[in-house]
Design a protein around this ligand. Structure first.
Ligand code: ATP
Length: 304
């Protein structure tokens, strides 16, 4: 288990981390979410000693993380750190060796990962000759080549085409199934919802939600209600707060407080028209994200 405890870090007047704490478990995929500037990269760099926190600590299996422990970690940074002119295989072997592998093992692992990621034929090409998406695969291989116990990836899906996304998802699932601890940041919330076991949402340098996606959804103070009527009906949920109200083709959807009485809601819809469908469920991860970071959800009606 990786634990971040009370991490603080400022840059001049900017507070990047403001007492950030969370844990990542072995064999599980953790989605690390937050708006731009929330502190995700700063937190990830802290795990690797690339940022020195002002306060707080990072523990791996309950012990402080030092250089020798970090050699068992893999990192895919946001600013991709490959050498453009170096051939892919030689580069991966080099990364393996600086993490303590001997030359033969590192060469073998480099070739294996290139094959695995569909780049076997590009092994001797310089990285700069590859497309953006393929360079990203090499960067992933660089994080994996030494068989790390913990894998931290800063926006690994950004810029990938759908095939690249599928291949990245497959690798991350396999790595988690093999017992590794995986943390990755992303702004693609639907993808995170489909892939991750756990999420942490950070805002202004502190965790504002953390846990399994199901638990965070269930704990939300909002619910999404969707009512389908026979024909268009001018119904609005009877609630002091109605967010994100959308009327489309006889369906009315909105976010309302979780405290609303569902029977009262349904009775109100039945009074308004002929109800053909009724759904009441916790918000999606995207909606939770907006709830958690206090973004502006449209309060206006949209009618189509
Ligand atoms: N080296 C630095 N010097 C000054 N300010 C910095 C530095 N690194 C980060 N910051 C500031 O710290 C805050 C957190 O930045 P960070 O890059 O960690 O956020 P992030 O969540 O990764 O954002 P994004 O989603 O945009 O990548 C921001 O306000 C950023 O401007």
């Amino acid at each position: 288990m990786l634990s971040l405890r009370g991490l603080r870090r400022h840059y001049g007047d900017v507070v990047a981390l403001d007492g950030l704490s969370f844990e990542a478990q072995e064999g599980r995929l953790l989605g690390f979410l937050g708006p731009n500037g929330a502190g995700k990269t700063t937190a990830m760099r802290s795990i690797f000693g690339l940022v020195e926190p002002d306060a707080g600590e990072v523990l791996w299996r309950d012990a402080p993380v030092d250089a020798s422990v970090r050699r068992r970690f893999g990192y895919m940074p946001e600013q991709r750190g490959l050498y453009p002119k170096m051939p892919c295989a030689a580069q991966l072997s080099y990364f393996g060796q600086i993490h303590g592998m001997d030359r033969a093992d590192a060469d073998g692992a480099a070739r294996r990962w290139l094959d695995e990621l569909g780049l076997g034929e590009r092994a001797d090409d310089p990285v700069e000759a590859l497309s953006h998406g393929n360079q990203q695969r090499v960067q992933l291989a660089a994080a994996l080549v030494h068989d790390p116990e913990l894998l931290v990836l800063d926006e690994p899906f950004s810029g990938l085409d759908p095939l690249g996304v599928a291949s990245m998802e497959e690798v991350l699932r396999e790595q988690a199934a093999e017992g590794r601890t995986i943390i990755f940041s992303s702004h693609q919330l639907d993808l995170v919802e489909a892939l991750c076991d756990d999420v942490v949402i950070i805002h202004r340098g502190r965790a504002v939600r953390s846990g399994t996606i199901e638990a965070i959804r269930a704990a939300s103070e909002q619910r999404r209600v969707e009512v389908t009527f026979e024909g268009a009906v001018d119904w609005t949920p009877p609630s002091p707060e109605v967010l994100d109200l959308v009327r489309r083709n006889g369906a009315v959807g909105a976010l309302v407080p979780s405290s609303l009485d569902v029977d009262v809601l349904l009775a109100s819809a039945r009074e308004a028209g002929d109800v053909r469908g009724f759904r009441w469920e916790p918000p999606s991860l995207s909606e939770l994200f907006v709830e958690a970071v206090g973004g502006a959800v449209s309060r206006s009606e949209v009618t189509a």
